[in-house]
Write a protein that binds this ligand. Structure first.
Ligand code: G1P
Length: 319
């Protein structure tokens, strides 16, 4: 198993504008999902897949990420003195998650450019890329099957998920065909388009934020010009790889994911992720579920009180 993917890259340089003002002074990756920062779920996922070398590609104002994955001696000693071993373990856990390295992207030139920043660190072996906005349920081990797929078919591997037609323009989209003898969720990627215009998507298969990439992607990224949104798109570099399966590191395979994914990338989806993960929490999930169920049927849950409150508010006209 020498070819096993050993390094992961986590792009984390985004400004988090969708969450302003919460992200004015803290990185969006540090926003809590139930009781852990979103980024910790992603690092834990990589660890579970046997990847202990993690490179975060960050930017300005991301110092909190480095602190989070570092020891905090004062806090640890204070908890130790109080005999609060449960919290001590929680604090230590985030510092004991593999080897987390940091590099800065410098200029916000897109996901493809962020991945290119990892070139020297990654070297010449296949590596994983995990995007922090997508959390994958730990009961549905997607990364393992992507790594196995890369070992079997070579080239690069993307995670795909069926999304409703009116959502596909928010994602990279793949045109795929079946592979003889493979499970039906393993497909050949024939073509890719980044955020297709409405009505022009070749399928309803969206790229979700997990990739296993051949190191030759770096050479392609070096000459990939700005694409959608004026940014250097990873999707565009992968399209070049998909179009030429014979080149070194060429060919792209898709793993169609049917498991549980939690999107923390926009405010509404973030709230949904909190509820779905909150009801599963070992300490208070059952209580939260019971409360939620009865709240849904309450006047407030049905929106009656909210409507009444609104009716009582003076109407706001104009801006
Ligand atoms: C990025 C990729 C896109 C992919 C998405 C998954 O877009 O460019 O292809 O579908 O992540 O979350 P972003 O969400 O950063 O705009």
């Amino acid at each position: 198993m020498t070819a096993r993917v050993r390094k992961a890259v986590i792009p984390a340089a985004g400004l988090g504008t969708r969450f302003l003002p919460s992200t004015k002074a803290i990185p969006k990756e540090m926003l809590p999902v139930v009781d852990k920062p979103a980024i910790q779920y992603v690092v834990e996922e990589a660890e579970r897949a046997g990847i202990h070398d993690i490179l975060m590609v960050t930017g300005r104002n991301k110092a909190a990420l480095e602190d989070h994955f570092d020891r905090h001696w004062e806090l640890e000693q204070a908890l130790e003195r109080k005999g609060d071993h449960m919290r001590l373990r929680r604090v230590q856990k985030s510092a004991n998650l593999g080897n987390v390295h940091f590099i800065r992207q410098g200029e916000p030139r897109g996901l493809g450019h962020a991945v290119l920043c990892a070139k020297t660190h990654v070297g010449d072996a296949p590596f994983a890329v995990l995007l922090g906005d997508d959390l994958i349920d730990q009961r549905d081990p997607l990364l393992d099957s992507m790594i196995e797929t890369q070992e079997r078919y070579g080239g690069s591997v993307v995670a795909l998920m069926e999304v409703p037609e009116d959502q596909i323009h928010l994602y990279g989209c793949a045109a795929v065909s079946s592979i003889d003898g493979a499970d039906e969720q393993i497909v050949r990627v024939d073509s890719l388009v980044e955020k297709p215009a409405i009505g022009e998507a070749p399928s309803n298969l969206a790229i979700i934020g997990r990739y296993v990439l051949a190191p030759e992607i770096f050479e392609v990224l070096q000459h990939t010009g700005p694409g959608r949104g004026g940014e250097i798109q990873l999707t565009d570099a992968l399209l070049e790889m998909a179009a030429d399966p014979q080149r070194p590191g060429g060919g792209v395979t898709g793993v169609i994911f049917g498991g549980r994914r939690y999107d923390t990338g926009d405010r509404l989806d973030y709230l949904k992720a909190m509820v779905r993960l909150g009801v599963r929490h070992g300490d208070f999930g059952a209580d939260f579920r019971a409360w939620l169920t009865s709240w849904i049927d309450s006047d407030e849950g049905r929106g009656r009180l909210v409507d009444a409150d609104r009716a009582g508010e003076p109407e706001q006209h104009g801006g």
